[in-house]
Design a protein around this ligand. Structure first.
Ligand code: CTP
Length: 400
């Protein structure tokens, strides 16, 4: 998968910089074109001559080449790249990338890069677990960058803990898998519902729920990253999809969401129902604001909203894959399996509000995936983006 790919390898000033030589060699051996960009400090740890010899290209380190005055364009480099890897990534460079401190060629290239970015941190264990590093890595993740977690072991300080840069072989495997995945859903249309729905009571009040939309948006990005054409029907949320291949349709109520899904479902090979649809709406919305001066509190008559997942299940055509979610507080497995049956889903993703780090508003989730054929995959608590990758992996298997 790496043959002919353009890789910008950013190297920063840490002892693990010596491993960058192996990384360049492996990338070149796999057929990639590698352009090394070093921070000034990195040159204290490994020489540009070693890296330019291995990559077959002059190493870039400064904004200008000293003797010719030639300007090194970070913009061109950012556009040239099919992927950028920062390995090793020190705490300082991670902080600069997180906050946009563009005082060297590596960070300016990073800010100009349109391609996916992989970051392989390497530092002492205490630096690694310092709240600032943890927060900066979280920020990089939130920009859609991929963090290649460091391994635990003996560090340069002779302390033992998490902070060793991942081995070059494993970094290359991650990049290779990434390119392999990016074609998995090519030519497929995926329809996703996300976020809450909002049911108006009167012009100022509504019924809704705490859904942030993060899980549905992470799924939309993950499907688009793997080459799918994604239609994302979302209730009111405060977030955006990151991938360009996502067509977003904004709706407010369950009725609107249902109509949008009905319009788009026939074209989709995969339908993922991730929205937290409000189960009820008021029977009649008041056109005017309901006033409180009356002695008695008003009684709202509620009626059921359409069950979008059920409609999809009923209209499903052969070969179409449908995936639902179940957010439960009790009797989790029985409830989830019941929903898979009733809504004729091929797969249901269960999250329990009893699990720490799962559910609404969090960045993380912990899910169990149930397949119609009886397979069960229990997951750990992970970032929603990683949970999305696990779910899409199962969808890809089903499509095969
Ligand atoms: N769902 C839907 N339309 C609805 C209700 C739910 O499409 N009106 C979908 C959700 O997106 C989810 C699945 O159905 O994929 C299960 O949603 P959930 O709210 O857990 O189930 P309900 O059927 O609403 O059951 P209950 O509220 O009784 O748990």
């Amino acid at each position: 998968m790496l043959a002919g790919k353009h890789i910008v390898l950013g190297i920063t000033g840490g002892i693990a910089a010596y491993k960058a030589a192996t990384l360049v060699r492996l990338l070149v051996k796999a057929g990639a074109e590698v352009q090394v960009v070093m921070t000034p400090n990195a040159r204290q740890f490994i020489t540009p001559v070693t890296l330019s010899t291995l990559s077959g290209k002059p190493v870039i380190s400064e904004f200008f080449t000293a003797n010719t005055g030639q300007w090194n364009s970070h913009v061109d480099l950012g556009l040239w790249a099919d992927a950028m890897i920062v390995a090793p990534a020190t705490a300082s460079t991670i902080a600069k990338m997180a906050t946009g401190v563009a005082d060297n060629m590596l960070v300016t290239t990073y800010l100009s890069a349109k391609a996916p970015v992989f970051v392989a941190p390497a530092m002492d264990l205490d630096m690694m677990r310092h709240p600032s590093t943890v927060r900066n890595l979280e920020l990089l993740r939130s920009y859609g960058n991929h963090i290649i977690e460091p391994a635990a072991g003996e560090l340069a300080s002779h302390l033992v803990g998490k902070g060793r840069m991942e081995e070059p072989e494993n970094i290359v495997r991650v990049i290779n898998d990434f390119f392999e995945q990016s074609a998995q859903l090519a030519g497929k249309r995926v329809l996703i519902t996300a976020g809450p729905t909002v049911e108006k009571i009167d012009p100022v009040r509504f019924i809704s729920n705490f859904s942030s939309g993060k899980m549905g948006f992470a799924l939309a990005d993950e499907c688009a990253r793997r080459g799918a054409q994604v239609t994302l029907v979302t209730g009111p949320v405060a977030i955006n999809a990151r991938q360009p291949g996502v067509e977003r349709i904004d709706v407010v109520s369950a009725d609107d969401m249902c109509k949008a899904v009905a319009r788009h479902m026939a074209d989709a090979q995969v339908v993922i129902l991730c929205a937290a649809v409000a189960d009820y709406k008021v029977a009649v919305m008041s056109e005017k604001k309901i006033k409180r001066e009356k002695d008695e509190a008003p009684v709202l008559q509620l009626v059921k909203n359409p069950d979008i997942a059920r409609m999809v299940g009923e209209q499903k055509r052969p070969g179409q894959v449908t995936v639902g979610f179940a957010l439960e507080t009790d009797n989790e497995e029985v409830n989830a399996l019941g929903k898979m049956e009733r809504k004729k889903l091929d797969m249901i993703v269960l999250n329990s509000l009893r699990d720490k780090g799962a559910g609404f508003q969090t960045h993380t989730n912990r899910v169990t995936i149930y397949h119609r054929n009886g397979d069960v995959i229990a997951g750990e608590c992970k970032a929603k983006t990683e949970v999305a990758a696990d779910i899409v992996e199962e969808i890809v298997k089903m499509l095969k």
